[in-house]
Design a protein around this ligand. Structure first.
Ligand SMILES: [Zn+2]
Length: 434
């Protein structure tokens, strides 16, 4: 197999599965692997046309902006074709695997879900599959497959990219996450900020996966957590689901957080935090980030902030997640050491993203968010530099991030694109860091 494909295999320790579950899981993994070449194809297509061309052509043909169409140039004119038509050949073997899994599984509901998933891939009825997934009782096997994430980057614009994850639910982790969820939901009803929001607090599901496979876009973004669906109309009606991936967090810690931690902090400071502290800190801040998204569905934000929405929205979710961690601290659900580990993990992640952004703009929205956070902390005196080492003052960071969080939430609820642009210009300069 081409090792260059967007495909990551993890090797988690799995709970004991029945023979039937094992056989079904094998088929799901095979289906997921086939998503990688399909995404590669999609990526090639998208590169040929500029965002401006798409915007111009959309004035006369709105299907060009659909998340689920591929846009090609035919005789100098842009033509939109549904994904399921253009990629029919590559989708066929994926559908076969999923159908087999659907026939084989002893869980009727999961079988129905897989069949709807197949139908969606083949005829574009994605919403039906999403709704079935949200309404399904929790099951130990987990798969998400199809064009899902509208990752806001220069290649895809508003296009959904093919991706897949396959995992087995981590029941203990899921229980812990749902315990957080209950506390948060009762703590955060009714925010301080004006602006119309979608009320989605009661209708959030959350699970932790031991993940086996990421393919397609997921293998590039390597997200540790997701909050889906993207479509706010579906969220409003059917709720949303947060999924956290243990093994994606483990590799993020090994590949990004630990090397940065090693580089930017002094030996004495480093003694305070073990690898395990940072692993949990990273997992916790991502989990709370994903849950926090559900409080930030400001209805006018996409229209007001346009292309700058994503960057502001993502950082706001992280900061709100940290503030929620503050409430968990007050209730003795987490310790101050655990809260500090979350902050350290996010500082390391931010520096790493800023560094990587120099060569690859793929995660620019997250890198910009990281830069805003770091610059804001430096300006407020919460993060200092001494002998080339970063010196964080946790109490000051916590006070300062509350302020930043408030500013960002105001931008989301009432700000204009100009406001966001000015703010990013002031704090989000990614190139300032040596
Ligand atoms: Zn997010």
């Amino acid at each position: 197999m081409n090792t260059d494909l967007p495909l990551i295999k993890f090797n988690p320790k799995l709970p004991e599965l029945s023979k039937n579950e094992e056989a079904v899981l094998k088929l799901l993994i095979e289906a997921g692997e086939l998503m990688a070449p399909l995404y590669r194809e999609q990526e090639k297509q998208a590169k040929l046309i500029s965002k401006e061309e798409i915007e111009e052509a959309a004035k006369s043909d709105s299907s060009i902006l659909s998340p689920y169409t591929a846009v090609r140039k035919i005789d100098g004119k842009l033509v939109a074709t549904p994904y399921h038509v253009i990629y029919a050949e590559l989708l066929k073997p994926i559908a076969e695997k999923l159908n087999k899994a659907g026939d084989l599984t002893e869980n009727k509901e999961f079988g129905r879900f897989l069949r709807l998933q197949v139908k969606a891939l083949l005829d574009g009825s994605y919403d039906d599959a999403v709704i079935a997934g949200l309404q399904m009782k929790p099951y130990i096997l987990d798969i998400s497959i199809g064009p899902v994430e509208h990752f806001d980057d220069q290649l895809f614009y508003s296009k959904a990219a093919y991706q897949c994850w396959v995992g087995v639910v981590d029941e203990e982790g899921t229980k812990k996450l749902n315990n957080y969820k209950k506390i948060i939901l009762s703590a955060r009803k009714g925010g301080l900020i004006l602006g119309e929001r979608i009320e989605n607090y009661e209708n959030v599901q959350a699970k932790v996966d031991n993940v086996i496979l990421f393919s397609g876009l997921m293998a590039k973004t390597k997200f540790v957590g997701v909050n889906l669906p993207m479509n706010l109309k579906l969220v409003e009606e059917y709720g949303s689901e947060v999924t956290i991936f243990n093994q994606a967090n483990d590799s993020r810690v090994q590949e990004q957080i630990l090397p940065t931690f090693d580089k930017i902090f002094s030996p004495i400071f480093k003694e305070e935090f073990t690898t395990e502290d940072l692993r949990r800190g990273s997992l916790r801040y991502v989990a709370l980030h994903e849950l926090a998204h559900n409080y930030l569905y400001y209805k006018n934000a996409p229209k007001n902030l346009k292309d700058l929405l994503h960057c502001i929205y993502e950082l706001t979710a992280t900061l709100l997640g940290m503030r929620i961690a503050g409430s968990l601290l007050l209730q003795d659900v987490i310790t101050s050491k655990q809260l500090e580990s979350m902050i350290i993990a996010f500082i390391c992640r931010s520096f790493d993203l800023i560094e990587k952004n120099k060569n690859n703009k793929f995660m620019v929205n997250y890198a910009t968010g990281g830069a805003i956070f770091i610059n804001f902390m430096i300006e407020s005196g919460a993060l200092k530099q001494k002998d080339g080492m970063a010196l964080p003052n946790f109490m000051k960071i916590f006070v300062s991030l509350n302020e930043l969080s408030y500013i960002l939430e105001r931008l989301l609820s009432l700000g204009t694109r100009e406001d966001a642009e000015a703010f990013i210009k002031k704090y989000g300069q990614v190139n300032k860091f040596a």
